[in-house]
Ligand binder design. Structure first.
Ligand code: FES
Length: 226
């Protein structure tokens, strides 16, 4: 059994099991750290969203709290000028590749990007970067849900759910760089793949990439491309 240790996060003394990941210790103690890609139940952290930075006393640079394990006497700051700057930049990078369409989005008011913006006083619009995705890219072939890759933030949660939770293996990342996306084998329609339409991807998606058709407020002009 792991031993209990004590650490300080934002001047609050908290207890945790030695070796637990800092992100989840903070969240369990009511201290919010923005995050998109990490999952408590996942065995591996991918640290791809780059939003969960914190400062730790004694370390020269901010670290991602999802990859950092806690230890006795650790002193953590979830806010600092450097952390806030990293978050602002990471957030805007994500937005540049996310079709901003909040008012008509099926996940409006339940979107993690909106939550992060609200928690950290960030704008849901681009100020320094150019919008890279403008067109909806929607696969509406499954019976009850759609997948819009123009809203995907590449957090990989859906891939984890598909491969590790329900063990189907219908989706994965394809391509590199700006063309990177979540797709089925050969980038085909979900309905033509081995997808069982269990909706695990819909439940775990933090934004409006996978969504239920019934949650769509106003129908888009659906394009069958993915
Ligand atoms: Fe840590 Fe995404 S939650 S990098």
């Amino acid at each position: 059994m792991s031993k209990l240790i004590t650490l300080i996060i934002d001047d609050k003394q908290v207890e945790a099991k030695e070796g637990e990941r800092l992100l989840w210790v903070a969240l369990d103690n009511g201290i919010y750290i923005p995050h998109l890609c990490d999952l408590r139940m996942a065995r591996r952290t991918v640290a791809s969203c780059r939003l969960c930075f914190v400062e730790i006393e004694g370390l020269p640079n901010p670290v991602t709290s999802c990859t950092q394990t806690v230890s006795e006497g650790m002193v953590v700051r979830t806010r600092s000028p450097r952390v806030d700057r990293l978050l602002r930049t990471g957030f805007e990078l994500l937005l540049s590749n996310h079709r901003l369409h909040c008012a008509k989005c099926a996940k409006n008011k339940r979107c993690e990007l909106q939550k992060i913006a609200k928690e950290r006083g960030l704008k849901l619009k681009l100020t320094r970067l150019r919008q890279l995705v403008k067109e909806a890219q929607i696969d509406e072939s499954p019976g009850v849900f759609c997948y819009d890759s123009s809203k995907c933030v590449l957090c990989g949660r859906c891939i984890w759910a598909d491969q590790e939770q329900v063990k189907v293996g219908a989706i994965g990342f394809i391509r590199r760089g700006i063309g990177r996306k979540v797709a089925t084998f050969e980038d085909g329609l979900l309905a033509d793949s081995i997808c069982t339409q269990c909706e695990a991807c819909v439940k775990i998606c933090p934004v409006g990439a996978f969504y239920l058709k019934e949650d769509e407020r106003k129908p888009y002009k659906i394009k069958k491309e993915c």
